[in-house]
Design a protein around this ligand. Structure first.
Ligand code: BDR
Ligand code: CA
Length: 308
């Protein structure tokens, strides 16, 4: 099988960084066409610099990075420095990037990349969905060029930023609604799944022993504020997106209709899964609710051993 073309839309962000490293480590399976950054965990200047720092760490400086939207479509940006630190990559001392983002905004770059790719592209979203939503609005024909969207976002058992909402959907719920309504196959990886994939101390110790600089950085950033996400060990939310691509058998979940709340302030960004067919809506998402966390960490360790 030739490598599958993917595009990564991201707001690094510590778990975003792990996801990017994993994607960089599997060129035989994933043909990474490039990265678009978005304002999310930290402002866009930092998410862009962090994406570049991670590509340098991975030795994949040939991959283009395009800075996308600095804020959501309708709302001011909400960030998460209490989780990711002020820099977005707290816990490590990676140098400032020597490479630069490519000229040109991330949204037209997504459109151009999808329209000119030789085959439909899998779009991996690791942050608020602003860039992809605007790309779909600007050029609706890109929908036909998307093989699948794999998005980390949503929650069906309570949120992390608000009682009902997960961060990526909460930050830009209008963008999430546009993407969920685009008609292409979507795999949604909500907190219900990613909260099971925790960087427990013994797992981080095993990663640190791999001995590569990439593994050291992952153990450092995931050790930062280890108890800040409601339990022992930080969840590797976004890394589940890349793990799903490489090892689909590690995950399972139903094909169901999913909607996003955009009008209520109390439940802004809540995701609703219609498991009993009450809405009569077509199933628009495969929602992954189950994961083999040990299998995930085995995969992660193997990939980190392949990087510098
Ligand atoms: C999501 O929000 C961010 O803090 C993480 O990078 C992840 O994408 C988890 O809710
Ligand atoms: Ca993220």
């Amino acid at each position: 099988m030739p490598p599958r073309p993917i595009l990564i839309d991201t707001d690094p962000g510590q778990d975003d960084a792990v996801a990017i490293l994993m994607a960089c480590a599997a060129p035989e399976a994933l043909d990474v066409l490039g990265l678009a950054t978005v304002g999310g965990n930290v402002p866009i200047e930092l998410t862009t610099a962090n994406a570049l720092r991670i590509l340098e760490l991975a030795g994949r400086t040939e991959l283009p990075v395009h800075a996308g939207c600095p804020r959501p479509i309708l709302r001011p940006l909400t960030t998460a420095p209490e989780i990711h630190g002020e820099s977005g990559l707290a816990g490590t001392d990676l140098p400032a990037p020597r490479i630069a983002a490519r000229p040109g905004h991330g949204v037209p770059w997504i459109i151009e990349t999808l329209m000119t790719a030789l085959e439909p592209v899998t779009v991996c979203t690791l942050g608020p969905l602003t860039n992809l939503a605007l790309a779909l609005v600007m050029e609706p024909r890109i929908a036909g060029r998307i093989a699948e969207i794999i998005a980390m976002g949503g929650s069906f058992s309570g949120g992390n930023v608000m009682p009902a909402a997960e961060f990526n959907i909460y930050v830009d719920p209008e963008a999430a609604a546009i993407v969920l309504g685009c008609g292409r196959p979507i795999t949604l990886i909500p907190l219900d799944c990613t909260w099971q994939v925790r960087a427990l101390p013994e797992r981080l110790a095993r990663i640190a022993r791999i001995g590569t600089r990439s593994a050291e950085v992952v153990s450092q950033i995931m050790s930062y504020r280890a108890d800040s996400e409601g339990g022992v060990g930080r969840p590797l939310h976004d890394a589940c997106v890349i793990a799903r691509l490489l090892r689909p058998d590690l995950f399972d979940g139903p094909q169901v209709p999913v909607q996003v709340e955009t009008s209520s302030e109390l439940t802004r960004g809540a995701t609703l899964m219609d498991r009993r067919g009450r809405t009569g809506l077509p199933a628009n998402c495969r929602v992954l609710l189950e994961v083999d966390a040990d299998g995930f960490f085995e995969l992660l360790g193997g990939l980190l051993a392949r990087l510098p």
